[in-house]
Design a protein around this ligand. Structure first.
Ligand code: AMP
Ligand code: ZN
Length: 288
């Protein structure tokens, strides 16, 4: 791990990874052993590894899987999630989008947004809704350093100031939203993959068919090129954003006017939330 000036054997890497997960949780005051955590699991390496390590460290963590209805890809990822839950004896909540709203391919057809944007919207909505309904006070996702740094780069290239005041590894509970955390935000994709492999975690390796030419993949490649030349750049880019940039932009972002959606009650800026509007477009009867 040149960015940490550290070389470790298998056993010590696992130890290092777990210690640093705990350190990040404490540093950002993400949660304690008293919190009820809902881990959003996709069947990929990051989220399965996250669920595994949180339980190993003694946290109360259940899983939430959203069945997106993206053909074989969703079927295979569901299998991985089921098998893994069985292996660790974990409780997993399943939300089937086909029953709740419509599948992602159906929603993409009726929406003017891009696939990843619709999918992200519907996922975030369900993370919060399920957590609220089932009594969890924290939602944890498997976002890693590569995810966070590439999103940051994309948003800086577009000078998206709103983004700069919104993205942080902990978003506190507020007006109808449960707390959201990203305990893997300092680990690279390689590190989470390695941890998953070393623990025999069977995860889905294929990417979502919609994300094949996503720009985020391109930005990740660019950051990896920079990282190769100057190890440590990726982590510093992200951590310096958290330390120096986020606090300045956050102040502006604090003034939000969230109201409960008139249909479903989830917090939103308009009268009816974007997911209920999508439902209406898809011809799904609107119920609270
Ligand atoms: P992605 O947006 O696909 O990069 O995923 C980011 C994080 O969102 C993952 O690490 C998971 O925690 C969560 N996630 C993604 N897809 C799903 C899903 N289908 N069900 C539940 N959580 C998901
Ligand atoms: Zn709504």
């Amino acid at each position: 791990m040149p960015h940490h000036r550290l070389s470790l054997c298998k056993g010590h890497f696992v130890e290092w990874f777990e210690k640093h997960t705990e350190k990040t949780i404490k540093e950002f005051k993400m949660f304690t052993k008293n919190d009820k955590i809902l881990v959003a699991i996709s069947g990929g390496k990051d989220s399965l590894a996250l669920w595994y390590v949180l339980r190993k460290l003694g946290y109360k963590a259940d899983g939430l899987y959203i069945h997106l209805g993206i053909g074989e890809y969703s079927e295979r990822s569901k299998e991985k999630v089921y098998k893994f839950a069985e292996r660790i004896g974990g409780n997993v909540i399943i939300v089937d989008l086909k029953e709740e709203v419509a599948t992602i391919p159906e929603l993409v057809k009726i929406s003017s947004r891009e696939a990843c944007s619709v999918c992200g919207l519907v996922k975030r909505y369900n993370f919060n809704k399920v957590a609220k309904e089932k009594g969890y006070n924290v939602v944890a996702t498997g976002h890693n350093l590569d995810d966070e740094a590439s999103a940051l780069l994309a948003n800086i290239l577009n000078w998206n100031e709103k983004y700069l005041g919104r993205k942080y590894p902990v978003l506190e509970e507020e007006e109808g939203f449960v707390r959201k955390v990203k305990p893997f935000c300092k680990f690279t994709e390689k590190e989470t993959a390695l941890y998953a492999l070393l623990n025999g975690i069977d995860f889905i390796e294929e990417e979502c068919p919609f994300s094949e030419d996503a720009t985020s993949v391109f930005y990740k490649e660019i950051l990896n090129k920079i990282e190769e030349r100057s190890p440590g750049t990726k982590l510093r880019f992200y951590l310096d954003y958290l330390r120096k940039v986020y606090p300045k932009f956050k102040k502006e972002e604090d003034k939000k006017n969230l109201e409960p959606c008139k249909v479903c009650g989830q917090p939103t800026m308009g009268e009816v939330c974007p997911v209920c509007r999508l439902k209406e477009k898809a011809g799904v009867p609107l119920t609270g």
